[in-house]
Design a protein around this ligand. Structure first.
Ligand SMILES: C[S@@+](CC[C@H](N)C(=O)[O-])C[C@H]1O[C@@H](n2cnc3c(N)ncnc32)[C@H](O)[C@@H]1O
Length: 272
């Protein structure tokens, strides 16, 4: 039954990817975006303008993460030197590396995009994490990590890519030690595959929800970034290359109409 549910969800996800990313799979689309991202000053400026004081300078993420999100994530994780943090859907590694630097923890970043992981590895030295961080190919359903091996988990704006949230949350619960926290941002509501809220799913996977709230100012920032992308699409295509810029342009077009019925949330959940 679980296999059928997963197969159905995977095909639905492929349809959504087709709508957002054209002919590419999520892996391929993200590889293309990240290859282009490395070449684009324009994209960084769009985010910087939209975020103002909340722009986390050296993070250079591919998300809507703010300085406040990062500080609060580091605080709530309650980890320190010698502890192991896992960042799921880590992208180019910025948010996880920022938190590991702040807390003194070790870091494992996991993502489906080999291009993102290659960039993350190159950026390790910038965060002074050489020898304390590792980036690995994996996904929400199969992290490759052993049971109870992590003291904390984070995921920034990435869980919406996993159609089967329960399966992803079960996997995160499996790799966390008892009482360790999962601190993440994602969306509730009308973005494809997002539940009305994640509280019940978290409880069912063995978490106690400690904090669940909307992130202040998220919609204004997200709209500003998407309109920035659409307003400068010619420059982005020139800097990144057409096939690299198109997935971002498609995401901007397809997500703007559903933002009014969505909510970006900051969540802290403790493994029981
Ligand atoms: C919006 S980006 C956020 C990246 C990073 N967290 C940041 O803040 O810069 C979403 C990330 O999720 C990754 N991703 C998509 N599907 C995934 C999956 N099934 N398992 C793990 N990562 C996935 C993508 O490759 C991408 O890097």
């Amino acid at each position: 039954m679980k296999k059928i549910k997963h197969a159905l969800m995977s095909s639905m996800m492929s349809l959504i990817c087709l709508k957002s990313y054209g002919q590419w799979s999520a892996e391929k689309a993200h590889d293309l975006i990240y290859q282009g991202h490395d070449r684009s000053d324009c994209f960084k400026k769009i985010v910087q303008n939209a975020f103002g004081d909340e722009f986390p300078e050296d993070v250079d993420g591919f998300s809507f993460v703010t300085l406040t999100d990062l500080k609060e994530t580091a605080e709530h994780l309650n980890i320190g030197p010698g502890d192991r943090l896992v960042d799921l859907g880590c992208g180019r590694g910025g948010p996880g590396m920022w938190i590991a630097r702040k807390t003194g923890s070790d870091l494992i970043g996991i993502d489906i995009s080999t291009s993102a992981l290659a960039s993350a590895k190159k950026r390790l030295m910038n965060f002074g994490l050489d020898g304390r961080a590792d980036f690995r190919l994996g996904n929400f359903y199969d992290t490759g990590l052993t049971n109870c091996s992590c003291n904390g988990a984070t995921s920034i704006d990435a869980l919406w890519h996993a159609p089967d949230k329960s399966r992803a949350l079960d996997e995160i619960a499996r790799i966390l030690k008892p009482n360790a926290r999962l601190v993440f941002t994602t969306w509730d509501g009308n973005i494809p595959f997002m539940p009305k809220d994640h509280k019940g799913l978290l409880e069912n996977s063995g978490f106690k929800v400690e904090v669940y709230r909307e992130t202040p100012g998220w919609k204004e920032r997200q709209l500003a970034v998407y309109h920035g992308i659409l307003d400068t699409k010619e420059v982005l295509i020139q800097e990144m290359g057409k096939k690299h810029a198109i997935p971002m342009i498609k995401e901007a077009k397809s997500v703007i109409p559903v933002l009014d019925t969505s909510l970006r949330v900051f969540v802290v959940a403790r493994k029981r």
